[in-house]
Design a protein around this ligand. Structure first.
Ligand code: GAR
Length: 220
């Protein structure tokens, strides 16, 4: 079967893009990245894409009068590249409802929390402030509301007493870099589909085991 043609939308560092680039370098991986779009001309992820020989487009929202025009320009670039799946990877622009409907069930996003908890920005600070013991990351299909939509993959990550937002973000990022390539693989292989607004799997085994934080081996 031909590889699924994925486009990755970024705004910054692009470490999730890098994880996808590395996954796609494996000949057995069922997807390829045909285009990287950034809304920020200086995004570090653009360097990663160019180094990997991937076509890049800078589509700067400041060059457009309306959200509709901006989204339309992105759709045109995606279509010209033959995109079948759009991966938002640290893309810090909200895409409009008509874009999301146009690409329904073909746009996915990664977010650094266990959704539906901690939607939006400053996720890590808010998780620490809330005193939760376990957080994580989520890959989900995109719906018009921010950080909303059927969940594909989640990973649980402990919050430790000495964490600040940066330390916690770095720990979650390790999980993100596993979850995003996994989610793209499941979609590319036709094993993850949206049914009644939940993701249904074909041949993906549920995880076993517990993550309990703090460890309960000190409990008597
Ligand atoms: C990642 O932690 C991603 O989950 C987050 O931005 C970071 C991008 O890092 N996305 C969001 O918060 C979206 N709501 P990266 O550019 O190194 O992939």
């Amino acid at each position: 079967m031909a590889d699924l043609k994925a486009a990755v939308l970024i705004s910054g560092r692009g470490s999730n893009l890098q994880a996808l680039i590395e996954a796609c370098a494996n000949p057995d991986y069922p997807a390829e990245i045909v285009l990287v779009i950034s809304n920020k001309p200086k995004a570090m992820g653009l360097k990663r894409a160019r180094k990997a020989g991937i076509d890049v487009r800078i589509i700067d929202h400041r060059d457009f009068d309306s959200r509709e025009d901006y989204d339309e320009s992105i759709t045109q670039a995606l279509e010209a590249a033959g995109t079948e799946l759009v991966c938002l990877a640290g893309f810090m622009r909200v895409l409009g409802e008509s874009f999301v409907e146009r690409w329904r069930d073909r746009v996915i996003n990664i977010h650094p929390s266990l959704l539906p908890a901690f939607k939006g920005l400053n996720t890590h600070e808010r998780a620490i402030d809330a005193g939760i013991r376990i957080t994580g990351c989520t890959v989900h299909f995109v719906r018009p509301a921010m950080d909303d939509g059927p969940i594909i993959v989640q990973a649980a990550v402990p919050v430790l007493p000495e964490d600040d937002a940066k330390i916690l973000a770095d720990r979650i990022l390790v999980a993100e870099h596993k979850c995003y390539p996994m989610a793209v693989r499941l979609i590319a292989e036709g094993r993850a589909r949206v049914v009644n607004e939940k993701v249904s799997f074909d041949g993906a085994e549920p995880a076993e085991g517990l993550l309990i934080n703090p460890r309960d081996d000190t409990a008597r």
